[in-house]
Design a protein around this ligand. Structure first.
Ligand code: MUC
Ligand code: MG
Length: 367
């Protein structure tokens, strides 16, 4: 089996309501569908979400790097030779989600070639994951309404609250309203997307003491090394690295130098291959992980649950797998369904993301 050609297709699907957070906002999924075709007629599928505020990538840059840099070097390679693909892509720095999508599409091909679901190839630990829902910036009563609706409709009981606003009272109040409205059972954690300084984050931790928050993600810029370490040393709850830890090297640097005490793994930026390396580092060091959301479509969320369900350590905490529900439509032929607070990986060979060609025809931007 040989890679014959690689497509990078831009498409846009609107959101029913925008997701706002400290580093940016999303009104439409303007993503890139990556398809790797083999000489045997198989197709590996993955989604690349451009996040300029996190990785510097745009839709155009993802297409250019896949089409002009990666495809010419990958054509002719056997999809089973994923490590060779890693080394080829590794010669280009950055471009996290372009690389992640190629890697996931290669795993999809391997699963299809062996007629095995990829979650079983990767580890086969569980059939699915508990779901956490990510709440963007909104007035506190609306946040509670959304959380209660997700609990009622989908059985979700874990919520990540987007924070990083000023005045700090906005987010302190939102956390309080959620805790009071959802009760003690709900798991609530915060993600500030670097919106605060380390001292502001410490102030928020003081002011939310007693609310039973379980973690604080990327509170301030991890590159501001002294402040970040002071915060980590004084925080009573885990400080989760997200945008500061996209690669295994970043994870080891931040963990060993005290920049975070837990790690968010996102398959969209790490693929399955580097996500597995990150997970191995974390389990070896006794560091908790969460499966994060790169504001993923159903294709991206399916990739996340495929990896997350495969290993014991990645399915312990609820994974962020529900924000595709904010999209007006999607490209998957068979939609994902969250039931009883959980999302299942697919049992079809590969990752299981079959594309609705009519929808792709409607939303693609290159024809
Ligand atoms: C998250 O966990 O930060 C927002 C920006 C980004 O890169 O990912 C999302 C969610
Ligand atoms: Mg985050």
């Amino acid at each position: 089996m040989k890679i014959e050609r690689i497509e990078a297709i831009p498409y846009a699907i609107p959101y029913t309501h925008p997701l706002r957070f400290a580093s940016g906002e999303v009104h439409a999924a303007e993503h890139v569908l990556v398809r790797i075709h083999t000489d045997e007629g198989a197709v590996g599928i993955a989604d690349a979400p451009p996040r300029p505020y996190t990785y510097g990538e745009t839709q155009e840059s993802i297409i250019a790097v896949v089409r002009d840099l990666f495809a010419p070097q990958l054509v002719g390679l056997d999809p089973l030779d994923r490590e060779k693909a890693q080394r080829i892509m590794g010669r280009t720095v950055h471009n996290a989600t372009a690389k992640g999508a190629i890697d996931i599409a290669l795993w999809d091909l391997v699963g299809k070639a062996l007629a095995v679901p990829v979650h079983r190839l990767l580890g086969g630990y569980a059939e699915g994951m508990r779901v956490a829902h990510m709440l963007g910036f909104r007035p506190a009563p609306e946040l509670l309404e959304e959380a209660l609706r997700f609990r009622e409709q989908y059985g979700v009981t874990t919520f990540k609250l987007k924070t990083g606003r000023r005045p700090l009272a906005l987010d302190v109040e939102a956390a309080r309203v959620l805790r009071e409205g959802l009760g003690d059972e709900a798991e609530i954690y915060l993600d500030a997307n670097r919106g605060w300084s380390a001292n502001e984050a410490l102030e928020v931790l003081r002011r939310t003491e007693g609310l039973g928050l379980c973690a604080l993600e990327e509170p301030c810029d991890a590159a501001e090394a002294m402040g970040r370490r002071r915060l980590v040393q004084h925080s009573p709850i885990p400080i989760v690295g997200d945008e500061s830890v996209p690669t295994p090297g970043d994870v080891s640097r931040e963990l060993l130098s005290g920049g975070c005490t837990a790690v968010c793994i996102k398959t969209a930026r790490s693929g399955f291959t580097q996500a597995a390396e990150i997970l191995g580092l974390c389990t070896g060091l006794g560091v908790d992980v969460t499966m994060g959301n790169q504001i993923d479509t159903q294709i991206g969320s399916l990739a996340t649950v495929t990896f997350g369900a495969a290993h014991e350590a990645s399915q312990r905490r609820a994974g962020e797998l529900s924000n595709f529900l904010d999209m007006a439509d999607d490209l998957l032929a068979e939609p994902l369904e969250i039931r009883d607070g959980a999302l299942r990986a697919r049992e079809a060979p590969g990752v299981g993301a079959e594309i609705d060609e009519a929808k792709l025809g409607r939303y693609r931007q290159d024809s």
